[in-house]
Ligand binder design. Structure first.
Ligand code: ADP
Ligand code: F6P
Length: 322
């Protein structure tokens, strides 16, 4: 088993479940450190049931993680396959985001049996309603915005709050809705600096004490561009403008109950799929069930954000005033 790409809370609960479910099914379990980098460099270690004791409540990944361009090359993948053979590994479980799952698909295409499980705070993996880590990241961001709102209201300020998510607006949209933000800016919906300026002015005229815009890191305009634009027009706004980049705090911290339960269920399901002889798949949460989908289908499908939710959030901010 290996963990790869951006770490995601809930992964340790998943590692525990994989190890103990595999031991219960009669497998020997080997952990590979630092994702595909460790796979190519031969960082293999036999794991026992005690090794994964007391870890489920911690964020991060006890197996460590990495991003490596080398694994994208044929040479890197050959090195990985040679090491798997050398260590007499029969099947590989990969926990990670869309990049890591694409890497797993490459091994499957080369004939090596793999099983993936989605772990990324971005929630940009198709064929799972939620990836491990998303719920914790949302709650971390939400608590941060609640705090920002206190100071924003005290000073009557507009805050541009940047959330993570790479090219996906999922985190910004959900956190924006949950925090009742005045504006949500995501890559999936066209926005303009002029439009945000107008919304800020209107909020000021309505007598609002603050204006919170939740901006996805991949949005256009991005947080920095909007900040520069608004500061040049400070006199028109009414509100003072401040920026808060939430950053890596969204990736760390104790996983929520949801992420621990999801990680546990996905880990156990990955093992039971392999025990049934299934390979080349990803286990995901669809509705209330854990469902396995071909990795080829998972990585070739772009996950969309729910634009109905975006429109709902908009409607609740632009209601008619009497
Ligand atoms: P995430 O898994 O969180 O999306 P990345 O996109 O950085 O994170 O992917 C993690 C790692 O997976 C990369 O550093 C690389 O080693 C591997 N990977 C990503 N894309 C591919 C690809 N197209 N082919 C092979 N390996 C890949
Ligand atoms: O994929 C998870 C994520 O946190 C993204 O939201 C973000 O764009 C990226 O990883 C940051 O990557 P790194 O940890 O390499 O700086």
């Amino acid at each position: 088993m290996l963990t790869s790409g951006g770490d995601a809370p809930g992964t340790n609960a998943c590692i525990r479940a994989v190890v103990r479910a595999a031991l219960s099914s009669g497998y020997e379990v080997v952990g590979i450190r630092r994702g595909y980098a460790g796979l190519m460099d031969g960082e293999f270690e036999v794991l026992d049931g005690r090794f994964v004791g007391g870890i489920a409540h911690h964020g991060g990944t006890i197996l460590k993680t990495a991003r490596t361009e080398r694994f994208k090359t044929e040479e890197g993948q050959k090195q990985a396959l040679d090491n798997l053979e050398k260590h007499r590994i029969d099947v590989l479980v990969v926990l990670g985001g869309d990049g890591s799952l694409t890497g797993a698909l490459r091994l499957h295409e080369a004939g090596f049996p793999v099983m993936g499980a989605p772990a990324t705070i971005d929630n940009d993996v198709a064929f799972t309603d939620m990836a491990m880590g998303v719920d914790t990241a949302m709650n971390t961001a939400l608590r941060a915005i609640d705090k920002i709102k206190d100071t924003a209201s005290s000073h009557r300020r507009a805050f541009l709050v940047e959330t993570m998510g790479r090219d996906s607006g999922y985190l910004a949209l959900m956190v924006g809705m949950a925090s009742a933000a005045e504006a949500i800016v995501i890559p999936e919906v066209p926005s303009t600096c002029e439009g945000i300026l107008t919304s800020i002015k209107q909020a000021h005229q309505k007598g609002k004490a603050h204006f919170i815009a939740v901006i996805a890191e991949g949005a256009d305009p991005d947080c920095r561009t909007l900040d520069e634009y608004l500061r040049e027009r400070q006199d028109e706004l009414g509100f003072g403008v401040r920026v808060s980049i939430l950053g890596y705090i969204q990736r760390g911290g104790a996983p929520t109950a949801f992420d621990r339960l999801l990680g546990t269920r996905l880990g156990a399901a990955a093992v039971s799929q392999l025990a049934k002889g299934e390979t080349g798949k990803m286990v995901g949460l669809i509705g209330s069930k854990i469902v396995a989908t071909d990795l080829a289908e998972v990585v070739s499908t772009k996950r969309q954000v729910d634009l109905d939710l975006y429109n709902l959030a908009q409607m609740l901010e632009t209601y008619p005033t009497t």
